[in-house]
Design a binder for this molecule. Structure first.
Ligand SMILES: NC(=O)c1ccc[n+]([C@@H]2O[C@H](COP(=O)([O-])OP(=O)(O)OC[C@H]3O[C@@H](n4cnc5c(N)ncnc54)[C@H](OP(=O)(O)O)[C@@H]3O)[C@@H](O)[C@H]2O)c1
Length: 330
């Protein structure tokens, strides 16, 4: 089968098709999406290291199943982000534990579907498991949520989920085109993250906000988050800090701070790891019902090392709007 390896240069190669373990699906890959984790893990590969098969966002068709698989059959169209401790999805056939897999939303193209899992899981877990917003929207309607990094992959789906949950969403975007994108996705207000946030929020009538979802640099926003969060509010962050964070800044207001890492469940094989498959199925239902919009911004074809390099370069610019996906093997 064809595969792309990071050596760290990206190279097209041929590898044997892997054999499923008891809980695994072997998925024939139709499309993959790229995420900053790809470029971060690629940067960790040094010349002479074992090459790494990157990619943790995929849509494809089940080609074989392990002995204990119960949720899927050969021929089922599926989506998954998978497990960062295993080989990624940049290959024609990939293994994934069925508990991490959801069904492909029927209405979506392969590229649109491949753009859902990693960011969809991150946004869902951030909002509904860490910040404890109510996914049904019945409880907590009208609470204010500041999303830092609104037009990126995670922000684009989070804005929609938060609006559906009844939150008043203030999304950050710094360019006319990214501001227009977050408004289209349903943001109630837009602020520019390259300008001081407090006066912009005050002008919109918010001295503080109930929740903050930081989908950008945790260190850079620590002080401003401590200022802007409401007493008893909650903050979620998804990007690891490079410097010590002063948690005392949150104590007087009794603020809850939570990390979200969407690979925690798979990495530690938590008892509820199958929740990720369930979340993907819930996202598929919402996308099929038209209650969520696909977040795909750009498609590149076919899937090969040269096109993956293009996608990585675009991602590294930190100016992507929505997601970038690669489709078909040519
Ligand atoms: N913990 C996890 O499980 C997890 C999961 C997914 C992603 N992540 C991490 O979260 C980060 C975001 O991921 P992503 O996929 O959403 O990235 P992305 O799609 O590459 O984000 C691009 C967006 O970042 C915005 N941006 C650039 N500089 C910013 C700043 N100073 N403040 C706020 N936003 C800024 C840009 O908006 P403008 O063009 O408007 O400036 C752009 O639209 C990455 O570091 C990624 O590794 C973590």
């Amino acid at each position: 089968m064809r595969a792309i390896l990071a050596t760290p240069a990206l190279v097209d190669t041929e590898l044997p098709v892997p054999t499923p373990g008891p809980h695994d699906l072997l998925v024939r890959i139709e499309a993959v999406a790229v995420n900053p984790i790809d470029t971060k893990l690629r940067a960790a590969v040094r010349e002479g290291d074992p090459p790494r098969q990157l990619g943790w966002d995929a849509a494809g068709v089940v080609a074989a199943t392990g002995a204990r698989v119960s949720r899927f059959r050969v021929g089922d169209p599926v989506i998954f982000a998978g497990d960062v401790s295993r080989s990624g999805c940049n290959a024609e056939a990939v293994l994934v534990d069925e508990r991490l897999v959801g069904r492909k939303p029927a209405r979506l193209s392969w590229a649109e579907a491949a753009s859902v899992p990693l960011t969809g899981l991150t946004a869902w877990e951030s909002l509904f498991e860490r910040l404890e917003l109510d996914a049904s929207g019945e409880r907590g309607r009208g609470s204010s949520l500041l999303i830092l990094g609104g037009a990126g992959g995670v922000g684009s789906i989070a804005i929609q989920l938060a609006r559906r949950a009844g939150a008043v969403v203030i999304a950050s975007a710094s360019r006319p085109e990214s501001a227009a994108w977050v408004r289209e996705l349903g943001a109630d207000h837009v602020v520019d993250h390259h300008q001081p946030l407090a006066p912009q929020l005050a002008a919109l009538g918010f001295e503080v906000v109930d929740h903050i979802a930081n989908f950008s640099d945790t260190d850079a926003y620590w002080e401003v988050m401590a200022e802007l969060i409401a007493p008893l509010g909650s903050i979620v962050a998804i990007v690891g800090n490079r410097r010590p964070l002063d948690l005392n800044r949150l104590k007087a207001k009794s603020v809850t701070f939570a990390w979200e890492f969407m690979f925690s469940r798979s990495q530690f094989q938590t008892a509820d790891m199958g929740r990720q498959g369930e979340i993907l199925d819930l996202l598929a239902e919402l996308l099929e019902a038209g209650e969520l919009r696909p977040t795909l911004g750009r498609t590149v074809s076919p899937i090969n090392a040269a096109n993956l390099e293009l996608a990585h370069t675009q991602l590294a610019s930190s100016s992507t709007i929505g997601k970038v996906a690669l489709v078909g093997w040519g």
